[in-house]
Design a protein around this ligand. Structure first.
Ligand code: NDP
Length: 311
């Protein structure tokens, strides 16, 4: 009997995902767009990015929800989430894309690019002697699938790299800290702080006024995780006062960032519209098919999300 994988995303192209996944699945699975499902009772799998409230109620035989991305905060916080396994994407190209963006952000601050861009606008030849990477401390908050790879890349460039997680991890070149109390010491020690924490009840607004106060004067801040992990007013105040020398920000509490928001015009701040990394059909398709086949054969799933932890 044919099973159906239902697809929902307002951002991702259905045909591209369908064709990429279909090459890894047998003909006994049909992939259908959410607005054109032939038989809701045959839907056993859902591949979704931010589906509307009530979406899951339409499919009484759903057995697996696959989040079409890495961040699951909007999915696991829903009241209408069915009590079935949730998996996330963790594809290698997504990891590389994120590590590249984070490395760019760290180098932007390490090589004082905002200073040179400002000087260029005034046609000033404003020499600043470059610092060696080995004299620069970078702290990466969150060492998961994406964060761990980014931290390893930063370390590979020769930066003194520290990381923060809840459990010990072995990452080449990265000094890993996992005590909750370590956070403020790590912030105080860092020239560049990179936020790669998932948004959960435990991390919501964890980078608050006290956290920015703990940071080194002149430190730079990079956020590629979720805007709500940061107390945005405290971030703005830290930038306005000069406590922070600059920031590279890809994510915001409110997206799109409203035109009147103070962050748009602060010196040393680069704003990008939430694109540090995206899921790519060809590289994500094998793991989607793997999990669908695992459900069908009763085998263990990969990349399972803990609803308790929230990531
Ligand atoms: P993972 O879920 O794989 O890992 C999360 C990491 O954060 C783990 O190391 C975890 O620790 C750590 N962590 C979680 N809670 C805490 C806490 N309370 N205190 C200390 N450490 C904590 O995440 P990824 O690395 O795959 O991705 C990170 C985030 O990036 C995603 O959640 C998503 O929000 C964001 N993202 C942004 C994109 C963009 O384009 N800007 C694209 C894709 C993702 P432990 O290892 O001990 O479990």
């Amino acid at each position: 009997m044919t099973d159906i994988l239902v697809f929902y995303s307002m951002l991702d192209p259905f045909e591209e995902w369908r064709d990429a996944i279909a090459t890894h699945l047998g003909t006994e699975i049909r992939i259908e767009r959410a607005d054109a499902v032939s038989d809701p009772s045959r839907v056993r799998f859902a591949l979704v990015w931010n589906p509307p409230t009530g979406f899951f109620d339409k499919f009484p035989n759903l057995e697996l929800v696959i989040n079409l991305g890495a961040g699951v905060d909007r999915l696991v916080s829903r009241a209408d989430l069915p009590d079935i396994p949730i998996t996330r994407l963790s594809d290698p190209e997504m990891g590389k894309m994120m590590a590249g963006f984070v490395l760019f952000s760290v180098l932007r601050h390490a090589r004082e690019i905002p200073h040179f861009e400002a000087a260029q606008r005034n046609k000033q030849w404003s020499y600043r002697h470059p610092r060696s990477a080995s004299d620069i401390n970078v702290t990466v908050l969150g060492l998961g699938e994406l964060g761990g790879l980014a931290a390893t890349e930063i370390a590979r460039q020769g930066f003194r790299t520290h990381g923060w997680a809840t459990r010990p991890r072995d990452l080449p070149g990265v000094e890993v800290h996992y005590e909750n109390a370590a956070l403020h010491d790590l912030l105080a020690n860092a020239d560049i702080v990179v936020c790669m924490l998932p948004l959960t009840p435990a991390t919501s607004k964890c980078l608050d006024a006290a956290a920015f106060a703990a940071m080194k004067p002149g430190a730079a801040f990079v956020n590629v995780s979720r805007g709500e992990v940061v107390e945005e007013r405290a971030l703005v105040a830290a930038l306005q006062s000069g406590k922070l020398s600059g920031a590279t920000l890809d994510v915001f509490a409110s997206e799109p960032l409203p035109p009147e928001h103070a962050l748009w015009t602060l010196p040393g701040v680069l704003i990008t519209p939430h694109l540090a990394s995206v899921a790519l059909p060809k590289s994500a398709a094998p793991q989607i098919a793997f999990n669908i086949n695992a459900v069908r054969s009763g085998a263990p799933l990969a990349n399972v999300v803990s609803k308790l932890r929230g990531y």
